[in-house]
Design a protein around this ligand. Structure first.
Ligand SMILES: [Zn+2]
Length: 308
């Protein structure tokens, strides 16, 4: 019953956000294309997973998928309501008022695109690093790490507050650089593709993956990040370009137990039912209440503070 109610809540939030966006002047066709792109990406990686599975799926897969889709609906529904703060809207306002580097200095279009993609990806590394290092943010990001299997749908499992935090981090870059809205759109779509890819549970030819990993975050690189062992999940924060983990010293080549034996999830900080949508949506607030009550029931956050 609770699963049904929280699923309905997420669906209603998502659908009403679409209405809000359309009423605010967002082109419904562009919106539909965006959603179709997202679904196509998920379907393609899902098909690849089925053709070349890295590990056998477990009995919990069906429920995980429903829950991950529920989190996505709540997350995107919530962030769509932040429309005036959306990256495209802020970019347009900066362009109109001559704010930010590219709105002051003429630069070739390819430079603007490259800078937008690279800077947003560096900021994605920074946001992810902070999500792991700051205890309040970790309580929010734990929702993403609660998934005990990893596949393309895991990318959907991100708390609405995490999406809002990431948005604020990216806004700093959008304003400073005066990023063009069309370049931001390309960067955002690229991130969809790469994030879905590196959460994917497909097996790649090992030598090909090793080569690719030198530049791009691959499934193995990100699987290590989703390990329940702290020395593993405190590394490999990059999103598109794996080089950020080299540059900032957070690269981890192999998981503690070996890459084929990784156990995913939160380990000792496991939630009672990590595949229950309501449990995931209220998790950061439950952690905050525990912290306020001064209980010792926040092992991951406490451990994180000690490690930071
Ligand atoms: Zn993480």
């Amino acid at each position: 019953m609770r699963g049904f109610l929280s699923g309905t809540f997420a669906a209603v939030l998502f659908l009403s956000s679409i209405l809000v966006m359309v009423r605010a002047g967002v082109d419904p066709v562009a919106l539909a294309i965006h959603i179709a792109f997202f679904v196509a990406c998920l379907t393609l990686i899902g098909a690849w997973e089925s053709l070349a599975p890295w590990r056998e799926r477990t009995a919990r897969t069906g429920r995980r998928w429903r829950t991950n889709i529920g989190v996505l609906l709540a997350r995107d529904g919530f962030t769509a309501l932040l429309l005036p703060l959306g990256l495209g809207a802020v970019a347009a306002a900066c362009a109109a008022h001559g704010i930010g580097l590219f709105n002051i200095v003429e630069a070739p279009v390819w430079v603007q695109y490259a800078a937008t993609i690279i800077v947003l990806d560096a900021l994605a590394w920074l946001a992810h690093y902070l999500l792991h290092r700051v205890p309040t943010l970790w309580a929010i990001h734990e929702v993403h790490h609660s998934d005990e299997e990893l596949d393309a749908t895991s990318v959907l499992r991100g708390h609405p507050l995490e999406a809002a935090f990431r948005l604020l981090t990216y806004l700093a870059g959008v304003v400073a650089l005066g990023m063009p809205a069309h370049a931001i759109l390309v960067a955002v779509l690229l991130r969809h593709v790469f994030s879905t890819f590196h959460h994917g549970s497909m097996a790649l030819p090992p030598r090909f993956e090793a080569l690719l990993r030198l530049v791009i975050v691959t499934p193995i690189h990100h699987r290590i990040h989703h390990s329940a062992a702290q020395e593993d999940y405190d590394s490999n924060f990059a999103q598109i370009f794996s080089v950020w983990d080299r540059v900032f010293g957070t690269w981890r080549e192999d998981a503690a137990v070996g890459n084929d034996a990784i156990a995913f999830g939160l380990g000792e900080a496991r939630m009672d039912d990590p595949d229950d949508l309501w449990t995931l949506l209220v998790h950061p607030f439950r952690r905050a209440r525990e912290a306020n009550a001064g209980t010792a029931a926040a092992p991951a956050a406490t451990g994180r503070q000690a490690a930071a």
